[in-house]
Design a protein around this ligand. Structure first.
Ligand code: C5P
Length: 395
């Protein structure tokens, strides 16, 4: 798949500062980004910040001689796979809904047939005003997609609907709209992600540092290839990827039950960092600070990967495990391939490089035929490669 290209239009609102975070997330996700900053937007963020983060010149002026010699507003919108307006102010929405074209941003929006995604942000009264709601309905009828706004406390001190959707949520909405194909259409794929939490009592639990980022990125990459994706997730801070069915669980036993309930599936990918052990019993009341007991008795959790990989009518055609190792990576991972009975193991070295919770991963894919060492990639790129390999294997 080619590198996704996004043209970001930043409107003039307090939330414009969040557009910088959005650019950072898009770049990390492997997208190429160009930006247009409206006059209003330039009062909140500088062209230099946007240019530095996008690593591209920033458009601002419709009558910029150099840019418009090449018809900048037309070229930019043709270049992009998607135009994102964030924050989409009441003014930008009104212009776009009525076909006004009196600055670079509005002219670009009028001069394009590239899909547009708007993330509105404005005061709650402006948002609920009949004029804005009319413009919203018109833009939707014109085929513009929307993400947010959220409800919450606003910069102006009021509370209500009108907050810019959080950048990770906007990123998901962007991902869902670009780089799509049908290579996994009709396939149901089951993914586990994140940590599990094994309770000691109602307020304490045993868990681990898994962020869920790799599993979520894989879920998104598969969904964009047309797969029906069920993501069984332990507690994470991540929003559900667009178009994916997320089932949230706490313990390993709940994860196993949710996996079984989601079968049949053609592919199962187990990225979750499942706790191998759980406290033998979870106290019904909070354990007392001065308790004399200083040891925790543990019992083994079910191995979800091994259970799904067992032969049987419901066994997915392709079962993929992950192996996080800190030493003898390949040897240990190959051992797991055999022990668990899965078809592929994605081995990653988590020794001291900040892989857990981080954004990059260096993995080796191991199957019965051999090994494939991948270079250090972002987790999003690992997800893309894995999704492509799965699509090729299923044929
Ligand atoms: O044995 P280890 O925990 O290193 O195995 C890692 C692989 O097994 C991962 O794919 C993980 O999701 C899966 N696993 C599991 N259930 C467990 C333990 C691990 O599905 N109880």
């Amino acid at each position: 798949m080619a590198v996704p290209k996004v043209l970001l239009i930043v409107g003039g609102g307090v939330a414009a500062y969040k557009a910088l975070e959005l650019v950072r997330l898009m770049r990390k996700d492997g997208m190429e980004v160009r930006a247009i900053l409206t006059e209003g937007g330039s009062h909140f963020v500088t062209p230099l910040s946007l240019a530095s983060l996008t690593e591209n010149p920033v458009g601002g002026d419709l009558f910029d001689l150099t840019a418009e010699q090449e018809m900048g507003h037309i070229v930019q919108s043709r270049w992009a796979d998607l135009i994102v307006v964030a924050p989409a102010t009441a003014d930008l929405m009104a212009k776009a809904a009525n076909g006004l074209a009196n600055d670079l941003a509005s002219t670009t929006l009028l001069a394009t047939d590239t899909p547009v995604l708007m993330a509105p942000a404005m005061n709650v009264r402006m948002w609920t005003h009949p004029a804005t709601q009319r413009n919203l309905a018109q833009l939707k009828a014109d085929g513009v997609a929307f993400v947010g706004p959220d409800e919450g406390e606003m910069a102006c001190g009021e509370f209500g609907e009108g907050r810019l959707a959080e950048p990770p949520v906007i990123l998901n909405a962007i991902r869902a709209r670009i780089g799509r194909d049908d290579s996994l259409k009709g396939r149901h794929i089951l993914i586990t992600a994140g940590p599990t939490e094994e309770p000691l009592d109602p307020v304490r639990f045993l868990s681990n540092r898994s962020s869920g980022k790799q599993g979520y990125a894989i879920a998104s990459a598969l969904e964009r290839r047309g797969a029906t994706v069920t993501l069984i997730s332990g507690p994470t801070a991540l929003p559900a990827p667009a178009g994916v069915t997320r089932v949230q669980i706490g313990t390993a036993e709940e994860m196993l039950a949710a996996c079984k309930a989601a079968l049949p599936a053609q592919v199962a990918i187990m990225t979750a960092a499942v706790a191998d052990w759980r406290p033998a019993e979870a106290a019904p009341e909070k354990l007392k600070d001065k308790a004399t007991r200083t040891t925790i008795e543990l019992v083994a959790n079910p191995d979800i990967l091994a259970q799904l990989a067992k032969d049987g009518p419901d066994r997915p055609a392709l079962v993929i495990g992950f192996a996080a190792e800190t030493e003898k990576l390949i040897e240990h991972a190959r051992g797991k391939l055999a022990k668990k009975g899965c078809d592929w193991i994605v081995a990653n070295d988590v020794g001291g490089t900040g892989v857990m919770g981080g954004d990059a991963n260096t993995v080796t894919l191991i199957d019965a035929d051999g090994e494939e060492a991948w270079p250090r990639l972002s987790k999003a790129e690992v997800a893309e490669r894995l999704a492509e390999r799965i699509a090729k294997t299923l044929g």
